[in-house]
Design a protein around this ligand. Structure first.
Ligand code: G1P
Length: 301
């Protein structure tokens, strides 16, 4: 990443990470453990998301919490007993690694008292965000992009065009009903000027194959829009519906981001993410590859 890019990303100082969902797709694992704390290899999914925000220069993270999510706050706090015990046992490097998690970023948690939808979750961050552009990162979407973090890419586009920007990725026709879908004019270099965005269109009605992936950089003018937003698909206040209004009033861009995306909110996607992230680890790669080769050879389709 060039120094100009770093500066661009730094213009976005705050982000929102909605984490109040019930995680019903991962029951029973999520009965007592927040979905965001499920590990990819040995690190909670939420930590990867926070690290992506930090890598993009974000200084304040607003986590939107629901009930029973105190493990999230504990994870980003100092683990005093654990650290003291580890240091007493001479495990200094490991204790330092734990401390680094607490030092990553300033985290503010805001309670979403009722699960009224993603748009409502973002609205809950209004008083902490104030009057400045901000990022939104959805924990189910992991973007592996070592060159430039996903949210940093959007912050750069926001700075260039001074317009709200959302991450887009092409998906097959069979999957368009699972996403927000955007259509518009290709401005080149991966930037789309969106003229239509719709949440989870019914099969066969999607305006394009460009799915909204969980990264957004938005102006504070989204808040009054969300405040007035009526319920949409699933009886929820949808962020996408708010974005459709923003598109009409101020314009909205899409960006076909660079990097590999994993859907950690889906069981197969979650398993793929675990394998991919484990294969990047020199200490795990050899043993895992050996096992995968064996599985491919012996398992029947
Ligand atoms: C949310 C958004 C949707 C977006 C998706 C990306 O849906 O509402 O527009 O395409 O995230 O993962 P969810 O998957 O939470 O139902």
């Amino acid at each position: 990443m060039s120094s100009t890019d770093t500066k661009a990303a730094k213009l976005i100082r705050k982000c929102v990470i909605p984490a109040a969902g019930l995680g019903t797709r991962f029951l029973p694992a999520t009965k007592a453990v927040p979905k965001e704390m499920l590990p990819i290899v040995d690190t909670p999914t939420l930590q990867y998301i926070v690290e992506e925000a930090v890598a993009a220069g974000i200084e304040d993270v607003v986590v939107i919490n629901g009930r029973g999510k105190s493990a999230i706050e504990d994870h980003f706090d100092i683990g005093f007993e654990l650290e003291t015990t580890m240091r007493a046992r001479g495990k200094t490097a490991e204790a330092d690694k734990l401390r680094a998690i607490a030092n990553l970023v300033r985290i503010v948690s805001v309670r979403q008292k009722e699960p009224l939808g993603l748009g409502h979750a973002v609205l809950c961050a209004r008083s902490v965000i104030g009057n400045e552009p901000f990022g939104v990162l959805l924990g189910d979407d992991m973007i592996d992009s070592p060159e430039e973090p996903g949210i940093g890419q959007l912050a750069r586009i926001y700075q260039q065009h001074q317009k709200a920007v959302i991450a887009l990725m092409e998906v097959p026709d069979s999957e368009t009903h699972l996403y927000g879908i955007a259509a518009g004019k290709d401005l080149g270099n991966g930037v789309i000027q969106i003229d239509h965005v719709v949440e989870k269109p019914k099969k066969g009605t999607a305006p394009s194959n460009l799915a909204v992936i969980g990264r957004y950089v938005l102006p504070p003018s989204i808040f009054p829009i969300l405040e007035k937003q009526t319920t949409g698909v699933g009886g929820e206040i949808q962020l996408t519906d708010g974005l459709a209004t923003l598109q009409k009033t101020e314009g909205l861009l899409g960006y076909k981001f660079q990097g590999q995306r994993y859907d950690a909110g889906d069981k197969v996607g979650y398993l793929k993410a675990n394998i991919a992230y484990a294969l990047k680890r020199p200490d795990l790669r050899g043993g895992l590859m050996e096992y995968l080769r064996e599985v491919v050879k012996t398992e029947k389709p």
